[in-house]
Design a protein around this ligand. Structure first.
Ligand code: GAL
Length: 358
């Protein structure tokens, strides 16, 4: 349910180095959540959420100005496409043809390439509906862009939902067979961005299995039980409790950087993860239609532009829960498919819901 009171204000957010103007949109709803989003990268810029005493804090990592987003290479808050996460050696074969993509992460392709959707200015439209305002962002990715086949029209609608939910509805269509895997790369810190590391946050993930990775973070193809491993988040566990365990998968990721196989049917919006920050009582619930979620504990955050609180973000000062299809699916026949054909519509919905615990 979208609250009738949701309204959107728009302001200039400067211009990209190429001179393209960007805007920033403030969504506020009756549920008490205030969210700012820019159409550069379609990035979420801030989320103000109350703690158990009603005190608001910005629980999203991000930057105060557009040049900082342009300089950033950690994908803060950004929409990711055409393919979220890695494709092995930047190659895949579709309908008998091999496509070659940029190798921008060692020998692999990451997050759609250096000019992925996180570098685009999205076309914004404020939609007024019976349920209040929503922000629609459209990006048309050209045939051959970053090596991918087909003109892909991607559309993302951000809206406020329920008491305190940020809903993201993605759709995409193509004019040639292609692969698509869209997500959002928000980093959260429920104690407030810039307030320290996230190791005390208690994480619960609705998954019995994960996809183990090789040394370059490409899934081996196996679905492995989380039982008896530091990746068992079937019950709430502090992120930091086992992050230094002598475990091959933890060592490869330098912490958590793994795709979890979500329970329940793909295509149905269901709970994927629940995170509690015990001191503030803030709770984040992630619901998604996707088959997987990448839990990334911010292991590669180091320096970069100053965050909104005035200092660069250090290692593990934010975590990501990226709802998506499994990494390297174009090369893994056993994984849920990511192929989109002309005439079909790709759909994914993810909701970030903010509540509090006593
Ligand atoms: C994550 C990915 C990490 C890292 C990060 C960006 O989605 O899983 O390995 O690449 O993005 O720094």
């Amino acid at each position: 349910m979208t609250l009738a009171g949701t309204h959107i204000e728009r302001q200039s957010f400067g211009a990209t180095p190429e001179g393209k103007p960007a805007e920033i949109f403030t969504l506020s709803g009756e549920g008490g959540l205030t969210v700012r989003i820019t159409n550069y990268a379609g990035a979420i810029v801030s989320i103000l959420a109350p703690d158990r005493a009603g005190r608001k804090a910005d629980v999203l990592l991000g930057f105060a100005s557009l040049p900082d987003y342009v300089a950033d290479d950690s994908y803060q808050g950004a929409l990711i496409g055409r393919y979220g996460n890695r494709i092995a050696k930047g190659q895949f074969t579709l309908e008998g043809r091999t496509y070659t993509l940029a190798r921008n992460n060692g020998e692999n392709h990451l997050h759609g390439g250096p000019r992925g959707f996180h570098r685009a200015i999205w076309e914004p439209r404020v939609k007024e509906g019976a349920g209040g305002a929503a922000l629609e962002l459209t990006y048309v990715s050209q045939d051959g862009e970053e090596g991918y086949p087909g003109t892909l029209t991607a559309r993302v609608v951000y809206s406020l939902e329920g008491a305190a939910g940020l809903r993201i509805d993605y759709t995409a269509t193509t004019d040639k067979t292609t692969v698509v895997n869209l997500t959002n790369h928000a980093y959260f810190n429920l104690a407030g961005e810039g307030s320290g590391d996230v190791l005390g946050h208690e994480m619960q993930i609705e998954a019995d299995q994960f996809t183990p990775v090789d040394k370059t973070l490409i899934p081996t193809g196996e679905l492995r039980s989380v039982r008896g491993t530091p990746l068992d988040f079937s019950k709430p566990m502090p992120i930091g409790a086992r992050i230094s365990d002598p475990d091959e998968q933890i060592a490869i990721g330098a912490g958590y950087d793994h795709n979890f196989v979500l329970r329940g049917p793909t295509g149905t919006l269901r709970l994927a993860a629940r995170v509690v920050e015990p001191k503030s009582g803030r709770v984040l619930e992630v619901l998604t239609t996707e088959p997987g979620i990448q839990f990334y504990s911010g292991n590669f955050l180091l320096g970069g532009p100053k965050g909104k609180a005035g200092k660069p973000y250090d290692r593990r000062t934010g975590f990501c829960l990226e709802a998506e299809h499994f990494p390297d699916s174009p090369n893994k026949t056993g994984f849920p498919p990511v192929v989109l054909k002309p005439g079909e519509t790709y759909r994914q919905t993810t909701v970030y819901r903010f509540t509090t615990a006593p």
